[in-house]
Design a protein around this ligand. Structure first.
Ligand code: C2E
Ligand code: CA
Ligand code: CA
Ligand code: CA
Length: 275
């Protein structure tokens, strides 16, 4: 018995060791990924009740010559533990602003909004607001079309700092969305103090919606909460017509998910099919 125990422990150790080694390799590669032009942005459509395109969310894609494509769910948390998230975050904002400038040059795309994910590690930097301002100025993008998606993990920060940072961002003209809403530990007292423009209902609350009305009480509560605070409400992860219909009945105004389109690096087809 002892022998097999040892063997198990040994196996476990090797597994752990490999996981640590892999993280380390990813962390090292991330430090050079911007310079080596290994990132791309994918864009996923956002639509209104009529299914009309109103904008996109920018989602980061990384393809490493040796590791291949790695999901942001895997590499963003690693980038956040090193300082790599800072140049990566700047790059995402720069590219997003360039995209906005390109859209602005054409009548049928100039009203499109772009939502950009901002890591709490980026946001907590004292100079985040001035960096956003600088990137907006350098690119010439219209701040009115830029929306920053923040997450409830900000709640771990000093509330006064978070609120003042958000006010300063909105003074630049950009709007702010609270991403993954409902999954974190935002207290209502905290939430009502935040200068937000939009709540983004997490995909977990969309997943369980169906005609039988199961699992919708919480979703309905989150949507009414947003509306009572005068925020626009968008749902993510909408995959079926049923979910789309239920969300509309529950008062949701904007939608994003595979039903309307997957994130794509080449978005010409989304723009051409626009009515
Ligand atoms: P998120 O911000 O919640 O983004 C939504 C994720 O759901 C995306 O995964 C998207 O591809 C996926 N998705 C969209 N529609 C559907 C659907 O209908 N069904 C399902 N099952 N999934 C859907 P992705 O692109 O892998 O990104 C994962 C996470 O990585 C993002 O979650 C976000 O937290 C983070 N991330 C992505 N890009 C960036 C970035 O530029 N900066 C930062 N800080 N984080 C990013
Ligand atoms: Ca997001
Ligand atoms: Ca989200
Ligand atoms: Ca999410």
């Amino acid at each position: 018995a002892k022998k097999s125990n040892d063997a198990q422990i040994c196996f476990f150790d090797t597994d752990m060791e490999n996981a640590v080694k892999e993280r380390l390799k990813i962390a090292q590669a991330l430090a050079h990924a911007v310079d080596k032009k290994e990132f791309k942005l994918a864009f996923q459509p956002q639509v209104n009740r009529h299914g009309q395109l109103i904008g996109f969310e920018a989602l980061l894609r990384w393809s490493h010559p040796e590791f291949g494509a790695i999901s942001p769910e895997q590499f963003i948390p690693i980038a956040e533990t090193t300082n790599a998230i800072l140049p990566i975050g700047d790059w995402v904002l720069e590219q997003s602003c360039l995209q906005l400038v390109q859209w602005a040059s054409q009548a049928d795309t100039k009203r499109l909004n772009l939502s950009v994910n901002v890591s709490s590690e980026q946001f907590r930097r004292g100079d985040f607001v001035s960096r956003v301002q600088q990137i907006l100025l350098n690119s010439g993008a219209n701040p009115k079309n830029l929306r920053l998606e923040l997450t409830e993990s900000l709640m771990a920060e000093d509330i006064e700092f978070v609120v003042s940072q958000m006010h300063n961002l909105r003074e630049l003209g950009v709007s702010i969305s609270l991403d993954d809403f409902g999954t974190g530990y935002a207290s209502l007292a905290y939430l009502s103090q935040l200068p937000l423009d939009e709540l983004k209902i997490d995909r977990a609350f969309v997943k369980d919606l169906n005609k039988q009305g199961k699992g919708e009480l919480l979703t309905e509560t989150l949507i009414s909460l947003g509306r009572s605070m005068n925020l626009t409400v968008i749902a993510e992860g909408v995959e079926t017509h049923e979910q789309f219909e239920r969300l509309q009945e529950l008062g949701c105004e904007f939608f994003q998910g595979y039903l309307f389109g997957k994130p794509r690096t080449d978005i010409e087809s989304y723009l051409n099919q626009k009515s």
